[in-house]
Design a protein around this ligand. Structure first.
Ligand code: SF4
Length: 238
C-alpha cells in the first residue's frame, strides 16, 4: 500500500508522520510533531510518532523492543506517560525480560532506592521527559537524579515517551514550563510537603521535600541512536 492510500499516515509538506487526520487540530499537531521529529533526528535521537499513549506502547512492544537484541534487563524512571502506554504491565509479564521494577509499590523506601541504583545498569531504560524544544533538546528536572541519570548515562538503550504537550520553543521556555507547571503538579501528585502544593506556584523552597534538585539538558544522543523517542500526538503526562 502506498503512503498516499494508507489511512494511518499523512503526507504534509513532503514530511511523513503517522498521525490522526480528524481536522485542523490534528493537522496542526502533525506538522509540529514532524518539525520536532526532524530536529531531534538532527541531534542523533531515533524518533517515532504515535497517535496515542496506547499506540506508543504497541509501537515499543511490537517494533522497537524486538530490535534490541541484547536486551535482557529493563527498568523505569518515573513517568506518568510511560504508565499510560501500558508498557510497564507488558514487560512485567514478559518472561524473556528481567525487570528491575522501580515502580513496585510494595517496596520499602530503602528497597526502592536500591532498585533505582540498579536501574542505571539495566540494558533498557524507559521513562518520559519534562520538556522538548523545537530545536530538539530534552530538558528535565529531578528530585533525586535517578531518572536523568538513566537517560544520560548507563543503560545502552533509552526509550522516552513524550506527549505533544511537552513541546516548547526554547530551553528557557522549557525551564519555565517545568518550574511553573510540571513541578507544582508533581508535588501535588506525590503529596510533597512543599509550598507549591498549597499555592500552585514555585516558591524556590528549601523544603526537605523539594522535588527540584537536578537539571539536565540533553542536546544530542550519544552515541547516535542510544536514545529513542516516541512522540505522542495527544496530551500525555504533565
Ligand atoms: S522548588 Fe519547591 S516550591 Fe518550587 S516547584 Fe520545586 S518543590 Fe515546588
Amino acid at each position: 500500500m502506498s503512503r498516499k492510500n494508507d489511512p494511518k499516515k499523512v503526507v504534509i509538506d513532503t514530511r511523513v508522520v503517522t498521525a490522526k487526520t480528524d481536522g485542523p487540530v490534528d493537522t496542526y499537531w502533525a506538522l509540529r510533531l514532524a518539525d520536532v521529529k526532524q530536529a531531534l533526528e538532527a541531534n542523533n535521537f531515533e524518533v517515532y510518532v504515535a497517535d496515542s499513549a496506547k499506540a506508543a506502547g504497541e509501537l515499543f512492544l511490537g517494533t522497537i523492543l524486538p530490535t534490541l537484541k541484547d536486551a535482557k534487563t529493563v527498568s523505569f524512571g518515573g513517568s506518568r506517560t510511560l504508565v499510560d502506554t501500558g508498557i510497564v504491565e507488558a514487560v512485567r509479564e514478559n518472561a524473556a525480560l528481567e525487570v528491575i521494577d522501580t515502580f513496585d509499590s510494595s517496596l520499602s523506601r530503602e528497597e526502592v532506592l536500591a532498585r533505582r541504583r540498579l536501574s542505571l545498569l539495566a540494558d533498557v531504560f524507559l521513562t518520559g521527559t519534562n520538556a522538548v524544544t523545537e530545536c530538539g533538546k530534552l530538558v528535565n528536572l529531578d528530585m533525586i537524579g535517578n531518572r536523568v541519570g538513566g537517560i544520560n548515562y548507563g543503560p545502552n538503550h533509552v526509550v522516552l515517551f513524550i506527549g505533544r504537550n511537552k513541546i516548547v520553543d526554547t530551553v528557557q521556555d522549557a525551564m519555565a514550563r517545568i518550574k511553573e507547571y510540571v513541578a507544582p503538579v508533581n508535588a501535588m501528585r506525590l503529596n510533597k510537603n512543599t509550598p507549591c502544593r498549597q499555592t500552585s506556584r514555585c516558591m524556590d523552597c528549601s523544603s526537605p521535600d523539594r522535588i527540584c534538585n537536578v537539571w539536565t539538558i540533553t542536546e544530542k544522543s550519544f552515541p547516535k541512536g542510544r536514545i529513542r523517542i516516541v512522540l505522542i500526538n495527544e496530551e500525555a503526562g504533565y
